[in-house]
Write a protein that binds this ligand. Structure first.
Ligand SMILES: C[S@@+](CC[C@H](N)C(=O)[O-])C[C@H]1O[C@@H](n2cnc3c(N)ncnc32)[C@H](O)[C@@H]1O
Length: 216
C-alpha cells in the first residue's frame, strides 16, 4: 500500500467529533490491513513503548510481570514484548475486528473488548505491574478520563508507559486538558512522572512522545 492511500485511510480514524462507535467500526473495517498501513506510514509507536517496557523490566522478571496493552489494536506491542521475554500480557481493545487479528498473534492471555475512559470498564483495580499504550491517545479515541482507569488498574508501584503523536496534544479532547490532567494527578499524589522522551519520526513527518509514570 502506498503512503498516500495509507494517509487517507488513517485520516478516517482521526476525525474530530467521531463517536467512539464510529471510530471502532472504522478500525474493524480496516483491521486486516492495519499492519500494512502502519508499515507504510513508518509508525513506530509500538517499538517506542515496548522498548521502554523492556528497558525498565530486567530479563529475569519478564515472565512474571503482569502487563496490559491498552488500545492494543492488532497486537503489535504484545508481539514485540513476547519477543523480549514477556509472557503474561493482557489486552484491552474495543474493536472486535482488531481484536480478531490480535488473538492470532498468540502473544496475549486475556482480552477485554472494551473502551477505556467511558465509565464502563471491567478490568479489576490494582492488577498490572505494567500498563502500556501506543496510539490510544488520538482524535476521537481515549478521552482524558482514561487516565483515571489507567491509574486504577495499575498496581501501586507499577508503570504506565504511553506513546503518542505530539500533534494530537492539540486536538479538541486533549488541548489544554491532557497534560494539565496528567500533572494534576501527580500533584494529587496518584502517580509520579519518571521520564519523557521525544522522537522525530514517530510516524511519517510527525514527532512522537513517550511518557513513563510510576503509580503511587
Ligand atoms: C492507532 S491504533 C493503535 C493500535 C496499537 N496499539 C498499535 O500501536 O499498533 C488505536 C487503537 O485504539 C483503539 N481505541 C479507540 N478508542 C479507544 C478507547 N476509548 N479505549 C481503548 N481503545 C480505544 C482503537 O480501536 C485502535 O485499535
Amino acid at each position: 500500500m502506498d503512503q498516500k492511500t495509507s494517509h487517507e485511510i488513517v485520516s478516517r480514524f482521526n476525525v474530530p467529533g467521531n463517536s467512539p462507535d464510529k471510530v471502532i467500526e472504522t478500525y474493524s473495517e480496516w483491521a486486516q490491513h492495519y499492519d500494512e498501513i502502519s508499515v507504510s506510514l513508518k509508525y513506530i509507536g509500538p517499538e517506542l513503548a515496548a522498548n521502554e517496557v523492556a528497558a525498565r523490566i530486567p530479563q529475569e522478571k519478564r515472565g512474571t510481570m503482569k502487563v496490559i496493552d491498552i488500545a492494543a489494536g492488532t497486537g503489535r506491542v504484545g508481539r514485540l514484548l513476547r519477543d523480549k521475554g514477556f509472557s503474561n500480557i493482557d489486552a484491552l481493545e474495543p474493536s472486535k475486528g482488531m481484536l480478531d487479528v490480535l488473538k492470532k498473534t498468540g502473544a496475549y492471555t486475556n482480552t477485554y473488548v472494551e473502551f477505556l475512559g467511558v465509565g464502563q470498564n471491567s478490568v479489576p483495580e490494582d492488577t498490572y505491574d505494567v500498563l502500556v499504550m501506543a496510539g490510544g491517545f488520538a482524535e476521537g479515541h481515549i478521552p482524558v478520563s482514561g487516565i483515571d482507569d489507567m491509574i486504577r488498574i495499575t498496581k501501586p508501584g507499577g508503570l504506565v508507559i504511553i506513546a503518542m503523536r505530539k500533534s494530537f496534544l492539540r486536538c479538541e479532547e486533549y488541548k489544554d486538558r491532557l497534560i494539565p490532567y496528567m500533572d494534576e494527578m501527580e500533584r494529587q499524589g496518584k502517580w509520579i512522572k519518571e521520564d519523557v522522551e521525544f522522537v522525530d519520526e514517530y510516524v511519517v513527518n510527525e514527532i512522537g512522545i513517550r511518557f513513563t509514570y510510576k503509580v503511587v
